[in-house]
Design a protein around this ligand. Structure first.
Ligand SMILES: NC(=O)c1ccc[n+]([C@@H]2O[C@H](COP(=O)([O-])OP(=O)(O)OC[C@H]3O[C@@H](n4cnc5c(N)ncnc54)[C@H](O)[C@@H]3O)[C@@H](O)[C@H]2O)c1
Length: 323
């Protein structure tokens, strides 16, 4: 079978990471790169032997599947163009930066047979896969969660809400998706948000309730310094605690005598530890097997819904109920 042709739009950090991972998958060939800054496209294209296209439209035309790896507010138009051209799409998170845009993509993608995957890589990270597996044997009662960033300075656009949609769309959306993946649907949120270092709300404390009856706290700060670990999930079960430390390590205590076990993922490469390698394989698997993506456009939409609800709760100081 001939190799599937992949085009990458956005030759920055994550576009280059996907291109490098895909270059090792013999079922595909990254043939095309486009970036608003042509030097960046040329640099990436040189390293993987691809051709630079000066417009996104031309790249979409020559590709079977398209990766969208541009800043957040640039996703909608590109995703819609790719869907309408009948191409398979891998869209980096967030799917979009407003409910209206997310709905447009959801509706357009739902009318097509092609694969649409959203870049929630943490669902594939071994540490979170293992946590999910442990939770099937030890049902969770509650959780205490954090997801921080050290700053919103690098790359420069992450501090510009006109390009990110806001800190929650840029960073915390990963955790909203992961919490759905681990614990099921969130039914309501109480949120306090405040503004300190940037021109937007940059610190949040949330109380989340789930359809299962479980509840969780989520803290997310954009100016926390890069003190490791930036993200951590502690789950409390029947006389048990399971805690993750970044994507590095998981520790579980299932006894009341203080004994615990730790499993580390430190030996894995960054791409595998964070699930990038697995998510790219899963995207190609779905294309070849002609089946839905492992992380669907609906998952992308629901994460946008949660971020939107979180901002509304923080702005109004009211409890927001999710549909
Ligand atoms: N899943 C993850 O873990 C993860 C990690 C990092 C970034 N991301 C997401 O990936 C996207 C890109 O982030 P990044 O860190 O790679 O940013 P980046 O700044 O490193 O790269 C973005 C690239 O897009 C180019 N660009 C901007 N507008 C464009 C347009 N309209 N058309 C074509 N090219 C355009 C820029 O010139 C730049 O080279 C963002 O949506 C971000 O949220 C996801």
């Amino acid at each position: 079978m001939s190799k599937r042709k992949i085009g990458i739009i956005g030759a920055g950090y994550i576009g280059s990471l996907h291109a490098t991972v895909l270059a090792r998958d013999e079922r595909v060939e990254v043939i095309a790169v486009h970036d608003a800054i042509s030097d960046r496209a040329e640099k990436l294209a040189r390293t993987i032997g691809a051709t630079v296209y000066m417009s996104a439209g031309e790249l979409i035309e020559v590709s079977d599947a398209v990766y969208i790896a541009t800043p957040n507010t640039e996703h909608t138009e590109l995703a819609l163009a790719g869907i309408r051209a009948g191409k398979h799409i891998f869209c980096e998170k967030p799917l979009a930066t407003s409910l209206d845009d997310a709905r447009l993509i959801l509706e357009a993608a739902s009318q097509r047979e092609s694969v649409f995957q959203v870049g929630f890589n943490r669902r594939f990270a071994p540490v979170y896969r293992l946590l999910k597996e442990m939770l099937t044997e030890t049902p969770p009662h509650s959780a205490h969660v954090k997801m921080n960033r050290g700053e919103l300075l690098n790359p420069a656009w992450v501090g510009d809400p006109r390009l990110t949609g806001g800190f929650l769309y840029e960073t915390t959306i990963h955790m909203f998706d992961l919490l759905r993946f681990l614990f099921g649907d969130i039914i309501c949120l109480d949120v306090a948000g405040s503004m300190h270092e940037y021109t937007e709300m940059d610190d949040f404390s949330c109380l989340l309730r789930f359809a299962s009856g479980m509840h969780a706290t989520l803290a997310s700060s954009a100016d926390a310094s890069w003190m490791f670990p930036y993200e951590r999930i502690e789950v409390f079960c029947h006389h048990a605690t399971i805690a993750t430390r970044e994507a590095e390590r998981i520790t579980a205590s299932h006894a009341v005598d203080g004994r615990y076990m730790t499993q580390t993922m430190q030996q894995l490469s960054k791409e595998e530890k964070w699930g990038y390698w697995q998510e790219d394989r899963a995207f190609v698997d779905a294309i070849i097997a002609d089946r839905p993506a492992a992380v669907t456009v609906d998952d992308g939409f629901k994460a946008v819904e949660l971020v939107d609800a979180c901002y509304r709760a923080a702005r109004t100081n009211e409890r927001i109920y999710c549909k």
